[in-house]
Design a protein around this ligand. Structure first.
Ligand code: PNW
Length: 465
């Protein structure tokens, strides 16, 4: 057994959460309403009718939760700031009590020696801004900039790393194209405009943060999809290319190159004329990033058509709205799945890290989310024996280690999630935590995966199992 570390000594070990998923206290201290309050209260949108309360009541229990992070040996904590706590109406009057909460959280983290990594938008858009047009409206990007300026002025002397937007694809497409997420619209043209305005908002927010003069770093958390053609046919390759365009390159090209991919503009010409791209926008969206955050869960296999495939393996259709043939179907490979039904394949993490290392010009990369849902129970011994989750983490972290050895500048990793939480349209039915939460009692129980992760974080070495 060698004593050498598996990870570089300064590798950052973290865990991640998001405001609406853990805070609860949705009416406390002047918080305004967000699109997720509205969506969750709309019958049929969230499984079981679950809402943002009580979640993990983290708004009141944050000292206990930071103590838990210390016990888990975390070097960093990725959390998000709820825009409607800071600006209940989306813009205008600042709610000092909201800013105070995040100031207390940041100070508590720093006292515990944990780096605060703050996401500025993890999907809880103030409802008033949605009523004024939401992300398909250009003005929302400017309102986002104003909100970010307020937060950066207040916390920028202590927050080491900012992520402007979490997963712009999810906000734009789940929110405005297929309606699975708030605000629940089904309008492809609106989704494309939303994508652009999220990127513009990112760029404007980066300017606002940098204007404070603090040495903090600016990035975002991007859920780059790992898209593979199901079969060797030219048609499947074409579907994969189109899916990659609208899932990945429509975001990474404006961010990293300051352009839009020509094939995507052509594929989508019948959906939108892209007149929402104004002169100068791409200069704003492509200002150099200090780091790139990558969220990865599972790869996706696409085929041009469901014809001839085992119907049991066709897990969904996407891209029919792209207009022209061929359509695009998602095909399962028959691998083991998590409680989300997402196939488990660590090679996807390796591939995405290699690809983005190549495309991002040598900036630091972080895995800002990776993890899995399983049906956990606290057993009679008072523990959660989540071997399946532990296997998932070990497999993916071994892939991350391989990527580092292949030269990827991967500097840290955040487990999704610190705590079981509100899993969006799935409500509380899907548990992603390395810490179990009993939603009746709010008791936290570190799962076996959490114990394992804490040992890895302390030593940089894969613990014996
Ligand atoms: C991400 N999809 O969400 C989010 O950043 C987290 O808030 C969330 O809890 C986590 O991943 C697990 O789902 C996603 O349908 C939600 O492709 C849905 C999808 C992808 C990411």
């Amino acid at each position: 057994m060698s004593n050498r570390s598996d990870f570089p000594e300064d590798f950052l070990w973290g865990a991640a959460t998001a405001s609406f998923q853990i805070e609860g206290a949705t009416t406390a201290d002047g918080r305004g309403r967000s699109i997720w309050d509205t969506f969750a209260e709309t019958p049929g949108k969230v499984l079981g009718g679950d809402t943002g309360d009580p979640a993990d009541d983290h708004y009141h229990r944050y000292p206990e939760d930071v103590a838990l992070m210390s016990r888990l040996n975390l070097g960093a904590y990725r959390f998000s700031i709820a825009w409607p706590r800071i600006l209940p109406e989306g813009s205008g009057k600042v709610n000092q009590a909201g800013l105070d909460f995040y100031n207390r959280l940041v100070d508590t983290l720093l006292e515990a020696g944990i780096q605060p990594w703050a996401t500025l938008y993890h999907w809880d858009l103030p409802q008033t801004l949605e009523d004024a047009g939401g992300w398909p409206a250009r003005d929302t990007a400017y309102r986002f900039r104003d909100y970010v300026q307020i937060v950066a002025d207040s916390l920028g002397d202590r927050v080491s790393d900012w992520m402007t937007i979490n997963e712009p694809w999810c906000s734009a497409f789940l929110g405005y194209e297929n309606g699975h997420h708030a605000p629940g619209h089904r309008d492809p043209a609106a989704a494309l405009a939303a994508s652009h305005h999220l990127l513009l908002g990112h760029g404007l927010a980066a300017q606002a943060i940098r204007s404070t003069g603090h040495p903090s770093r600016v990035g975002l958390a991007h859920n780059q999809a790992v898209i593979r053609p199901h079969g060797p046919s030219a048609a499947d390759a074409r579907s994969a290319r189109r899916a990659d365009g609208v899932r990945n390159r429509i975001f990474t090209d404006p961010l990293l190159k300051g352009t839009y991919p020509a094939d995507v503009l052509e594929d989508l010409a019948s959906v939108s004329d892209f007149s929402f791209i104004h002169d100068g926008d791409l200069k704003i969206t492509s200002a150099p990033l200090d780091f790139l955050g990558i969220n990865y869960y599972s790869p996706e296999f696409v085929a041009a058509s469901a014809k001839g495939l085992d119907p049991a393996l066709v897990s969904g259709e996407g891209g029919a709205w792209l207009g022209a043939e061929p359509e695009e179907v998602h095909v399962s490979q028959g691998l083991p799945v998590t409680h989300m039904g997402w196939e488990i394949d660590p090679t996807g993490l390796y591939d995405v890290l290699l690809r983005l290392a190549g495309e991002s010009g040598g900036i630091d990369l972080y895995v800002t989310e990776n993890g899995c849902a399983f049906e956990d129970t606290v057993t009679e011994d008072g523990r959660v024996h989540d071997t399946d989750r532990l296997d998932y983490y070990e497999g993916h972290l071994r892939a991350a280690k391989e990527a580092i050895h292949a030269g990827v500048p991967l500097r840290g990793y955040f487990a999704w999630s610190l705590l079981d939480n509100f899993e969006w349209a799935w409500g509380y039915s899907r548990r992603f935590g390395i810490v179990h939460v009993d939603y009746e009692t709010q008791v936290r129980t570190v799962k076996d995966s959490g114990e394992w992760y804490s040992r890895l974080a302390a030593t940089g070495r894969f613990p014996e199992r």
